[in-house]
Design a protein around this ligand. Structure first.
Ligand SMILES: [Cu+2]
Length: 288
């Protein structure tokens, strides 16, 4: 796609490329920061492709179109205003012009559609996974199931309320959870996503992942994180009162750290029982 994007970019005024991403000295940061312009930096091939598609293809095209239309409006206003052009033209048809304004937008849409479909295909073509996990959206928290090959346990992941946030541990308001999901770096993780009550949406921008969590249906997506770190996401489908308070937190760790976590997680969540029922009463309620 990059070659394809480059051609379009040069055609479409590369100098007008949209907004630069936030410059980051060290590794990608897994959440938005105040004053940020552009996307949360990506840490998977899917996320990188989405950013290239947006920054190098869509932004030049839309910027060119906006400037072109703005130029036309100014030209028409100045050249054909009532003062300068008191007697309006009675022209109603111009075959060449009508052909052009039909065909050119079609061509632009085709130029956009080809890499767009390629990207969608990459997102939904599941590679052979190293680990398969199941994620279930609830009102209003997520639960994670690790398969038998990883120890076979499951746990709920709830928002840490504002008054319990510990900034010294790097916890972030409205993003950190009590039990983050942990995955090893550089491994292909297949995520099966479903909903327990209403439709939620499992979204982790750094992974380029967003898929609906629908009751009675098992959707699948995948990611392969390139670096260790903590990556956050949120439910992206308005699912009720506490929709804004069911964040997703993934800790991407080394294989050794992952194995160590598995040992403790197996014990911890076995003791907690399978899927203990938790009621989200402690969560903050959105102000009206
Ligand atoms: Cu939700």
């Amino acid at each position: 796609m990059s070659g394809y994007a480059r051609v379009v970019k040069s055609l479409a005024l590369a100098a007008l490329v949209g907004l630069p991403s936030v410059a980051l000295a060290a590794g990608p940061i897994g959440h938005a920061v105040p004053g940020q312009v552009g996307f949360i930096p990506g840490d998977t091939s899917l996320a990188h492709d989405i950013h290239i598609f947006h920054n190098d293809l869509l932004m030049p095209i839309i910027t060119t179109i906006c400037l072109f239309v703005l130029g036309l409006l100014i030209y028409v206003g100045v050249r054909f205003g009532e003062k300068r052009h008191p007697v309006p033209s009675r022209t109603t048809h111009n075959t060449m012009l009508e052909m052009a304004w039909t065909v050119i937008p079609i061509l632009i849409l085709v130029v956009i559609a080809v890499p767009s479909f390629k990207l969608l295909t990459n997102q939904l073509t599941l590679p052979k996974p190293d680990i398969t996990m199941k994620v279930t959206g609830h009102q209003w928290y997520w639960s994670y199931n690790y398969p038998k090959s990883q120890g076979g346990f499951s746990f709920d992941s709830m928002l840490i309320p504002d008054n319990k946030i510990d900034a010294s541990k790097g916890q972030l308001r409205l993003l950190s959870v009590d039990n983050p999901a942990v995955v090893p770096v550089g491994k292909t993780i297949l995520v099966q996503v479903t909903g327990a009550d209403v439709i939620h949406s499992f979204t982790v921008p750094s992974f380029g992942v967003r898929i609906d969590a629908i009751p009675g249906r098992l959707n699948e997506t995948w990611f392969k994180a390139e670096h260790t770190g903590t990556y956050y996401g949120e439910c992206s489908n308005i699912c009720g009162q506490n929709h804004a308070f069911m964040p997703i937190e993934f800790k991407v760790v080394s294989e050794a750290d992952y194995q160590a976590w598995l040992l403790t997680a197996k014990k911890q969540f076995a003791m907690a029982g399978q899927n203990p029922v938790q009621v989200a009463t402690a969560l903050p309620v959105a102000a009206h």
